[in-house]
Design a protein around this ligand. Structure first.
Ligand code: 6PG
Length: 498
């Protein structure tokens, strides 16, 4: 590939904008370096790289001469090394570091240039940033990037938001580096301002739910059948050849198969059972609470991580009364494993359905025009929740773009019908044997809540009216009513107070 060499640095400010690079990356930790290498590996790209500390830039450029990076050591040099409209992807820690880099880029860039935040930023920060940056005449794009280090290098799933104008320049570049699923690049212009980061946040929420469900499945199988982690790895590997085929199932088999070199024990038995979290699952749940969307599976998964990490509470609670999971064994291991598989699949469908609900609610709230089918397609490759069944979700939205509940699409109705008995059996077994399966059971409760003809919410309305005159509506006539509970208990029409 014939590439221009590094220009003499123009330290006069914005530079000429005629530098050799068509894209730049700021922040060269692993994700940034890998994304820069991915960009550089495409024929059409010349990549400028910049990092706050010079050594990281030097190391990257030295380790990867094939990338023909254009290194910059000041923001001025970085701006000078980019063609107009200058396009730079920020890959730094979400939060204040992102704001600091945006300020620097606005100092050396010119109106019309494009600043992309590829970190895991909170979407409301992205909305705020886009407003400030666009008011100054620059284009700002908040972009979700999924797939971890490997994805960044070989093809991530990309969820850019931001203005249409930026997408014109950015689209071809992003398509060149994204993962490809069934011939289509895993990137779409998700929607304006914070839409991309919103969708990435929900992606992570679903990731939490999926991981928790898999963990519960593993735990039930292990306790119920006494199989070793290595044996259970084979079960997951087998599942990965069927309708559960997904990256998370695949890596579960890898993790369970791993033996600890120091002790010879299964690695999973050596790892402390306290799950960490960087906050995107919690954001998904907090946002869902604000939007009034019941993402109960994602919430249970997030809380399950919190519970696991409260060692001080777990330490004093071991003697609480209840069945001992030690006493639990199943008679027919193969039949039980199949029941767990079906329960996992059904609960997973619920988790994705809840996540897509949240995206739809977020789009309505923030005025984004998000194509849910397109989102399911860009998650088919590159990202952590990539899964075979995202094709089925895409089919469902292709058939009915405004489908109110994903669960009601014919494919899922069939799958949920098939899983019914097993799902209920597994939830019962977990409750009666004292094995915690919060995501399995909350998914089933959500499902039954949706199906219910009447919910006890009517009683809650009665209680609210009793103690707070919050009013209620009646099933048999229009209007809002209040019972005079502390007087003669007659009913009056009242103003709706919600
Ligand atoms: C991805 C992941 C990634 C996330 C990690 C860690 O899509 O590549 O979602 O963005 O940061 O999975 O998340 P937790 O530390 O919260 O588990």
């Amino acid at each position: 590939m014939d590439r221009p060499t590094t220009p003499e640095a123009d330290t006069s400010g914005a530079g000429t904008g005629s530098g050799p690079a068509n894209i730049g990356v700021v922040g060269l930790a692993v994700m940034g370096s890998n994304l820069a290498r991915n960009l550089a590996s495409r024929e059409e790209n010349t990549v400028a790289v910049f990092n706050r500390s010079r050594s990281k830039t030097d190391e990257l450029v030295e380790a990867h001469p094939e990338a023909e990076f254009v290194p910059a050591f000041t923001y001025e040099e970085f701006a000078a090394s980019l063609q107009k409209p200058r396009t730079a992807i920020i890959m730094v820690k979400a939060g204040r570091p992102t704001d600091a880099v945006i300020d620097e880029l606005m100092r050396v860039f010119e109106p019309g240039d494009i600043i992309i935040d590829g970190g895991n930023s909170l979407f409301t920060d992205t909305i705020r940033r886009e407003k400030a940056v666009s008011e100054a005449g620059y284009n700002f794009v908040g972009m979700g990037v999924s797939g971890g280090e490997e994805g960044a290098l070989n093809g991530p799933s990309l969820m850019p938001g931001g203005p249409d104008e930026a997408w014109v320049t950015l689209g071809p570049i992003l398509k060149s580096i994204a993962a490809v699923a069934e011939g289509e690049p895993c990137v779409t212009h998700v929607g304006h301002d914070g839409a991309g980061h919103f969708v990435k946040m929900v992606h992570n929420g679903i990731e939490y739910a999926d991981m928790q469900l898999i963990a519960e499945a593993y735990d039930l199988i292990r306790r119920g059948t006494g199989k070793t982690p290595a044996e259970i790895a084979e079960i997951f590997a087998e599942w990965n050849r069927g309708e559960l085929e997904s990256y998370l199932i695949e890596i579960t088999a890898e993790v369970l198969r791993q033996t600890d070199a120091a002790t010879g024990l299964p690695l999973v038995d050596v790892i402390v059972d306290e799950a960490g979290a960087k906050g995107t699952g919690a954001w998904t749940v907090q946002t869902a609470l604000d939007l009034g969307v019941p993402v109960s599976g994602i919430a249970e998964a997030t809380f399950a991580r919190s519970l696991s990490s409260h060692r001080e509470q777990r330490d004093v609670s071991g003697a609480l009364p209840g069945p001992s999971s030690e006493d639990f064994t199943v008679e027919d291991a193969d039949a039980f494993i199949e029941q767990v598989r079906l329960a996992l699949y059904a609960s997973k469908i619920v988790a994705y359905s809840q996540g897509f609900d949240e995206i739809r609610a977020g789009a309505a709230q923030y005025g984004w025009n998000i194509d849910l089918g397109a989102v399911s397609k860009i998650w088919r490759g590159g990202c952590i929740i990539r899964a075979q069944f995202l094709n089925r979700i895409a089919d469902a939205y292709d058939a009915e773009a405004t489908l109110p509940v994903l669960l009601t699409a014919p494919y899922f109705v069939e799958a949920l019908g098939r899983a019914q008995d097993a799902w209920r059996e597994i939830v019962q077994v977990s409750a009666s044997s004292g094995i915690p399966a919060p995501a399995f059971s909350s998914s089933l409760a959500y499902y039954d809540g949706l199906r219910a003809d009447r919910l006890p919410a009517a009683l809650i309305q009665g209680q609210r009216d009793f103690f707070g005159a919050h009013t209620y509506r009646r099933t048999d006539k229009e209007g809002t009513f209040h019972t005079l509970w502390s007087a003669d208990r007659s009913e009056i029409e009242a103003e709706d107070t919600h």
